[in-house]
Ligand binder design. Structure first.
Ligand code: MCA
Ligand code: AMP
Length: 504
C-alpha cells in the first residue's frame, strides 16, 4: 500500500541530508531534519485522535513548522485546510463550521478567541506561532521522529482551499492527492526544475501559488528554497544572489522594478522568473526584459484547477498572454450562453479539463454542478481567446471578482456588509486600477432617502467583519447607481468613471 502524495513529495527524501529550507536568519534545514520534525507532528495528530480524512484548519504565519504541518497531514492522511492570516474571527467561524474541521491550529495571539470558537464547534485547537513555538511543537517534541505513513489512494482528498463566490459565500474546493501531484510533476518538467534549483520563496503558503505550485515543485524536484516569511524588498535583493529561480504575483515584479538596486547584474545568474495569480501588464513584461534581459514566464491557474496554462520555457514567452495549455490539460473557449465551443480567435469563457481539476465544492452539490460539467470540463469564469499561434489570452472575467496584489476579493461579500449599515440604501463595490496592487477596492454608496451615511463608521464595520485586504480603499457617496434597462447595476460604467482615482 502507499500514500502517493506523501511518497511523491516527502517520503522520497527520507533520511537525506540534502538542503530543503534556507532560513531567513541563515542556516539550512535538511530534508531529513524537516521530515523527522513533521513525523513528530503527525504523531501529535494521531495522539489527539484525528482519523484519516479529518480536516485540519491552520491559520498560522509562514514558518518551517507551518510547512511541517502540511507534511504531517499528508503523512497521516488528513485533509489540510490552510487559511489566510488576514481573516477575521467572523470569517474563520464560517470556514471551520463549514469544513467540520477536527483540529484548528492558530497563532498564540488568537488562541483565546479561536480556541473558544473551536471548542464550541467540537474541534480541538493547538497553537503555532511565527517563531515555531506553541503547544503543537511543544507536544511534538515529546513524540518519536518516525510515523507510519497512512495508506491513501491518489483519489483521496489532500486539501481544501476556500474560494469566495459571486454570491458572497465561500466554497471549499476539494483537491485530491492526484490533483496536486499531477500538476507538480508537469510543472517540474515544463519549467526544468532539478535538485540544483534554489527557489526564492516570498509568497504566502495558504494559497495555491505559494503551496501547491512553489513548494510542491521544489519538493518534487528535490530542490531547495530560500523561505522568507513575506515579500520584503530588502530581503529579496539580499538573497537573490543565492537563488536560481523566483515565483511571484505581478506586484513582486513591479516593486522590484521600482527599486534601483534591482539591476541586470543582480539578476544575471537567475534561471527563471515566473508570474501568476493576476494579469501581468505587458508593459511590466517589457520593462523587466529591458532591465534584466530576462523574459518573465507567465502562467495561469486557479484554486480549483492548480495550473492550466504556461508560456514556454524554450520558445517565445509572449507578453500579455498566459501561454499554452499544459500537457494533459484540455482548454476550450465556449459561448457562455450555449456552452458550445467557439472557433479560435473568438472571445468566450475558458473551460478546462484534466487531472488537475478539483473534485467539487465541499457539501455544495448545486454549486459544483453549476461550474463543473458532467464531462469533466470546469467553467473558470475567465474570458479569453486563443490566438493564431495557440497562445491563450485572458481578456476579462465573466465573474464579479477583484484581484488585488494576487488576492481574490468578491465584491458581493463587501456589498453585503455595506448594505447592512445605517443610512445605506445600496452599494456597488468595484475594482479600479492601482499602481502597486494592480487593482484595488472602491465602494460606491447610495444613501437611504434623507440619510447621510457615516463613512468612517462604515469602514469600522467593514474592519470588524472582513480581512484588511478586502477593505475598500475609498468610499464614494453618489445619488444613484447606473443601471441597464433590466435594472442591473452597470459596474463597467462605474469602473470607467473611477479608473483614474488611484492611477500612479
Ligand atoms: C497586504 N495588504 C493588501 C494586500 N496585501 N491590501 C490589498 N491587497 C493585497 N494583496 C494590506 C496590508 O494589510 C496593509 O494594510 C496594506 O495593504 C499595505 O501593505 P503592504 O505592506 O504594502 O503589503 P505587503 O505586506 O507587502 O503585501 C503585499 C503583497 C502580498 C506582497 C503583494 O499581498 C502578497 O504576498 N500577495 C500574494 C498573494 C498570493 O499569493 N496570491 C496567490 C493566490 P495596512 O497597512 O493599512 O494595515 S493563488 C491564486 O491566485 C491562483 C491559484 C494562481 O494562479 O496562483
Ligand atoms: P483564485 O480563485 O485565487 O484561484 O484565482 C484564480 C483567478 O486568478 C483566475 O480565475 C484568473 O481570473 C486569475 N489569474 C490567475 N493567473 C492569472 C494570469 N496569469 N493572468 C490573469 N489572471 C490570472
Amino acid at each position: 500500500m502507499a500514500n502517493p502524495l506523501y511518497d511523491g513529495l516527502f517520503g522520497l527524501h527520507a533520511g537525506k541530508p540534502t538542503p530543503f529550507l534556507h532560513l531567513p536568519e541563515g542556516g539550512v534545514l535538511s530534508h531529513a531534519e524537516f521530515l523527522a520534525a513533521s513525523a513528530q507532528i503527525a504523531n501529535v495528530a494521531a495522539a489527539l485522535g484525528l482519523k484519516p480524512g479529518d480536516r485540519v484548519a491552520a491559520q498560522v504565519e509562514k514558518s518551517p513548522q507551518a510547512l511541517m504541518l502540511y507534511a504531517a497531514c499528508a503523512q497521516a492522511g488528513l485533509v489540510f485546510l490552510p487559511l489566510n492570516t488576514a481573516y477575521t474571527v467572523d470569517e474563520l467561524r464560517y470556514f471551520i463550521e463549514n469544513s467540520g474541521a477536527a483540529l484548528i491550529v492558530c497563532d498564540g495571539a488568537s488562541a483565546d478567541s479561536l480556541g473558544e470558537m473551536a471548542a464550541g464547534l467540537g474541534a480541538r485547537s493547538e497553537t503555532l506561532n511565527a517563531d515555531g513555538s506553541g503547544s503543537l511543537t511543544d507536544k511534538a517534541a515529546a513524540q518519536p521522529e518516525t510515523f507510519e505513513t497512512v495508506d491513501r489512494d491518489g483519489e483521496d482528498l489532500a486539501a481544501f482551499l476556500y474560494t469566495s463566490g459571486t454570491t458572497g459565500r465561500s466554497k471549499g474546493a476539494m483537491l485530491s492527492q492526484n490533483n496536486l501531484l499531477s500538476n507538480a510533476a508537469t510543472l517540474v518538467k515544463e519549467w526544468r526544475f532539478t535538485s540544483d534549483d534554489v527557489l526564492l520563496h516570498a509568497l504566502p503558503i495558504f494559497h495555491t501559488h505559494g503551496l501547491f505550485v512553489a513548494t510542491n515543485i521544489v519538493l518534487s524536484a528535490g530542490a531547495s528554497m530560500i523561505f522568507l516569511p513575506k515579500f520584503d524588498l530588502d530581503q529579496i535583493i539580499a538573497r537573490m544572489p543565492e537563488a536560481t529561480t523566483m515565483m511571484g504575483v505581478p506586484t513582486f515584479y513591479t516593486r522590484l522594478l521600482g527599486d534601483a538596486r534591482f539591476t541586470r547584474d543582480l539578476a544575471a545568474h537567475m534561471r527563471l522568473f515566473v508570474s501568476g495569480s493576476a494579469p501581468l501588464l505587458a508593459e511590466t513584461h517589457v520593462q523587466f526584459e529591458e532591465r534584466t534581459g530576462h523574459r518573465i514566464l507567465e502562467r495561469y491557474g486557479m484554486t480549483e484547477t492548480n495550473m492550466n496554462t504556461s508560456n514556454p520555457y524554450d520558445g517565445e514567452r509572449r507578453a500579455g498572454t498566459v501561454g499554452f495549455p499544459l500537457p494533459g490539460v484540455e482548454l476550450k473557449i465556449t459561448d457562455p450562453e450555449s456552452g458550445k465551443s467557439l472557433p479560435d480567435g473568438e472571445i468566450g469563457q475558458i473551460e478546462v479539463r484534466g487531472p488537475n481539476v478539483f473534485k467539487g465544492y465541499w457539501q455544495m452539490p448545486e454549486k459544483t454542478a453549476a461550474e463543473l460539467r458532467e464531462d469533466g470540463f470546469f467553467i473558470t469564469g475567465d474570458l479569453g481567446r486563443i490566438d493564431e499561434d495557440g497562445y491563450v489570452h485572458i481578456v476579462g472575467r465573466n465573474k464579479d471578482l477583484i484581484i488585488s496584489g494576487g488576492y481574490n476579493i468578491y465584491p458581493k461579500e463587501i456589498e453585503l456588509v455595506l448594505d447592512d449599515q445605517p443610512g445605506v440604501l445600496e452599494s456597488a463595490v468595484i475594482g479600479v486600477p492601482h499602481p502597486d496592487f494592480g487593482e484595488t477596492v472602491l465602494g460606491v454608496i447610495v444613501p437611504a432617502p434623507g440619510a447621510t451615511p457615516d463613512t468612517e463608521a462604515m469602514m469600522a464595520a467593514v474592519g470588524q467583519s472582513l480581512a484588511r485586504f478586502k477593505h475598500p480603499r475609498k468610499l464614494i457617496v453618489v445619488e444613484e447607481l447606473p443601471r441597464n434597462t433590466m435594472g442591473k447595476v452597470q459596474k463597467n460604467i462605474l469602473r470607467e468613471q473611477y479608473k483614474g482615482l488611484f492611477a500612479g
